[in-house]
Design a protein around this ligand. Structure first.
Ligand code: SAH
Ligand code: SF4
Length: 403
């Protein structure tokens, strides 16, 4: 049994719950505010760092609590320095991955739009089993806890702090289906959003879903400022049933209706993700059907060439094909961006580092960057704009709330 098993994870508590815990120990409430500050501003990894707490309280925290319980075991940096990926071991020995992507420029003359986006996991594995996804092939093991989710963001915030930078955006596009762990994902977002802590604005989060209709509707109610991305990947039910099996439960008509309702109640544009697979979903006809499907919906399409995974015959569409597909959508008046899959060169595709680690034993220890060969990233596709429908507006601490 790991040390974390019987312990309270401080990162899994809301600020109110932390106050209750501290009070139940006979300490004054303001101690909770101090601890909260250490967790989300001080980025403390141990109660030992919380120097303004009495020694007895620190000792109790040390004995009875953990802080996220994530242990980085491997790290891979892309050669271009734009993406790094970590493999994190959880208290029970399971592993997940999280990715940091750097975009834009710090140059004020160019708008100073530097972005550091964390691609976070929400589950160990995934039950949905999309045909082209490495995580889907691994199956579902368990949901992540609140602290295991926010801990991924805090891990990268800690790394960025050394360079005087901050996490600016969080997308739930790592392992797992966030809508099937919506409660924990929502709580993690709220904790990271709290202005007394990290203060990451609600509009800087994007939840990506394979199309869990009740989740989309609940999200519109519960966290209307958080961005929604939908993994569409096919313009008709026959094909989508094959590629994204949850379509059999929530077919396109119901999914698009949920998106419409989300737009109506939040006023926010939905991002439609479309992974382009050679000869499968990338014809002119598919593009025209996509245009028909999306006409009139406030949305933005991201076309992403497939990142091929082992043991699956699918190949990415050619650059020419992607361009043609894009042009058909564009001519139909649908906003569309071709997105280079960041970190293709380091197997940053969903679940791929973890699968690769399972297969090979020559592991790279954490903190030793390992460059690998750039694949699709060298293609001449246009650079990603503001993918995921998240705009880099506002200062880091100008916190818009989740509700
Ligand atoms: N489960 C959620 C979020 C995690 S997957 C969802 O499916 O939306 C994040 C995105 O990566 C999804 O759009 C997914 O379809 C895409 N993806 C998964 N495997 C991929 C691959 N091999 N190549 C390209 N995109 C992939
Ligand atoms: Fe799960 Fe998303 Fe992968 Fe599909 S693409 S198997 S929903 S993680």
């Amino acid at each position: 049994m790991g040390r974390g098993d019987a312990m309270v994870d401080l990162l899994s508590l809301t600020r109110d719950e932390l106050q209750d815990l501290v009070q139940s120990w006979g300490a004054p409430r303001y101690r909770a505010d101090q601890i909260w500050h250490w967790l989300y501003r001080g980025l403390a990894q141990s109660p030992d760092e919380m120097t303004n707490l009495p020694a007895a309280l620190r000792a109790r925290l040390l004995a009875e609590t953990t802080i996220g319980g994530l242990e980085p075991t491997h790290r891979v940096d892309a050669e271009d320095g734009e993406t790094s990926k970590v493999l994190l071991r959880l208290a029970d020995g399971a592993t997940i991955e999280a990715v940091l992507m750097h975009y834009g420029t710090a140059d004020v003359a160019e708008g100073g739009s530097e972005r550091h986006t964390v691609c976070a996991s929400s589950q160990v594995g995934c039950a949905i089993g999309c045909a082209f996804c490495a995580t889907g092939r691994q199956g579902w093991t368990r949901d992540l806890t609140v602290g295991e989710i926010s801990g991924q963001v805090l891990h990268f915030e800690r790394e960025l702090r050394r360079e005087r930078a901050h996490v600016t955006n969080v997308v739930f596009m790592g392992m797992g289906e966030p809508m099937l762990n919506r409660d924990a994902v929502g709580r993690a977002i709220r904790n990271l959003n709290d202005p007394k802590g990290l203060g990451l604005g609600a509009r800087r989060f994007t939840v990506s879903t394979a199309g869990i209709v009740p989740g989309i509707l609940a999200m519109a109610e519960e966290m209307p400022s958080v961005g929604l991305a939908v993994s569409l990947h096919a313009p008709d039910d026959v094909l989508r049933d094959e590629l994204v099996p949850i379509n059999r439960r929530y077919p396109l008509l119901a999914l698009l209706e949920a998106c419409r309702r989300h737009v109506e109640s939040t006023g926010r544009r939905v991002t439609m993700e479309y992974t382009m697979i050679m000869g499968v979903n990338d014809s002119d006809g598919h593009a025209r059907r996509m245009a028909d499907l999306l006409r009139g919906l406030l949305c933005h399409v991201n076309l992403i060439p497939l990142n091929p995974i082992e043991g699956c015959g699918f190949q990415p569409s050619s650059v020419e094909r992607v361009r043609r597909f894009r042009d058909i959508l564009r001519r139909a008046g649908i906003p569309v961006t071709v997105r280079l899959r960041r970190g293709t060169d380091l197997r940053a595709g969903c679940g791929q580092l973890r699968s690769a680690r399972g297969a090979e034993r020559n592991e790279t220890p954490y903190s030793v960057p390992q460059a690998e060969v750039t694949a699709l990233a060298s293609a001449t596709l246009e650079q990603e704009q503001h993918a995921h429908g998240v705009t880099p507006d506002g200062a880091h601490r100008a916190v818009d709330s989740v509700r």
